[in-house]
Design a binder for this molecule. Structure first.
Ligand SMILES: Nc1nc2c(ncn2[C@@H]2O[C@H](COP(=O)(O)OP(=O)(O)OP(=O)(O)O)[C@@H](O)[C@H]2O)c(=O)[nH]1
Ligand SMILES: [Mg+2]
Length: 239
């Protein structure tokens, strides 16, 4: 089910994408996206579906911070999406503000079969407001849409919340792949619009980008992160 709040769809002529990255010197922008939400909602698997078109049923809890990348083209620009993933479990969360630093997009994920994960979404959005850039683009994703028979969160509740908070919203499934691509591409497209506006001087002055310049929106080596890994999202050898 597609419940995108903003009726505009990505323009097919404007957005294309590839799972194989072009040469690094061709990259125009690096966009950092953070994925947050309670433990076991499927953050790592959503990311894995988007970055590698893979899914693992036997996924283990993330420890520390990991990221995966995928390069896409929006409006003729080569954009490397660097998507960060951390543990939903409090005891494994090794980061606070460092995780959010430099992020211009966020995906807040809940599990449509677990009401509590949706009830906690407000807290995750609050955390973004405290730690992230004010212009961050946020997408709410109700994952595990393939388990609709066990649904515990009515779509309307999420639509209402997303409208109140000004978030994009999708129900998706990392398992089937439904809406994962659309949710990420729409988010990245919107991030590109924000960055383009800033480049033209309409923004809040946070990031200035000139046409043709390569910029690093992602935080650099000064991160206070205890563990940063770019590894397989599946700890099991059977996947
Ligand atoms: N049926 C179904 N299961 C899913 C889906 N996405 C993830 N899962 C399963 O849900 C469990 C948790 O997925 P993860 O991606 O590890 O969850 P997480 O949010 O990254 O959890 P933490 O790393 O602990 O924060 C795994 O068993 C996944 O296989 C989905 O779309 N449908
Ligand atoms: Mg995880």
């Amino acid at each position: 089910m597609n419940q995108e709040m903003d009726a505009r769809k990505p323009d097919d002529d404007q957005v294309s994408n590839s799972l194989s990255a072009p040469a690094p010197d061709k990259i125009d922008y690096v966009f950092k996206v953070v994925v947050i939400g309670d433990s076991a909602v499927g953050k790592t698997q959503i990311l894995s579906r988007f970055a590698k078109n893979e899914f693992c049923l036997d996924s283990k809890s993330t420890i520390g911070v990991e990221f995966q990348t995928r390069t896409i083209i929006i409006a003729g620009k080569v954009i490397k999406a660097q998507i960060w993933d951390t543990a939903g479990q409090e005891r494994y969360r090794a980061v606070t503000s460092a995780y959010y630093r430099g992020a211009h997009g966020a995906m807040v994920v809940y599990d449509i079969t677990k009401r509590q994960t949706f009830d906690h979404v407000a807290r995750w959005v609050e955390e973004l407001k405290i730690h992230a850039d004010a212009s961050i683009v946020i997408t709410l994703v109700g994952n595990k849409a393939d388990l609709a028979e066990s649904r515990a969160v009515p779509t309307e509740d999420a639509v209402e919340f997303a409208e109140e908070q000004g978030l994009f919203f999708w129900e998706a499934s990392a398992r089937s792949g439904e809406n994962v691509e659309s949710a990420f591409l729409r988010l990245l497209e919107e991030m590109y619009k924000v960055v383009s506006k800033k480049a033209l001087g309409f923004g809040d002055g946070g990031v200035v980008v000139k046409e043709g310049l390569r910029i690093e929106l992602a935080a650099g080596s000064d991160l206070e992160i205890s563990e940063m890994r770019n590894v397989s999202s599946c700890a099991s050898s059977s996947c």
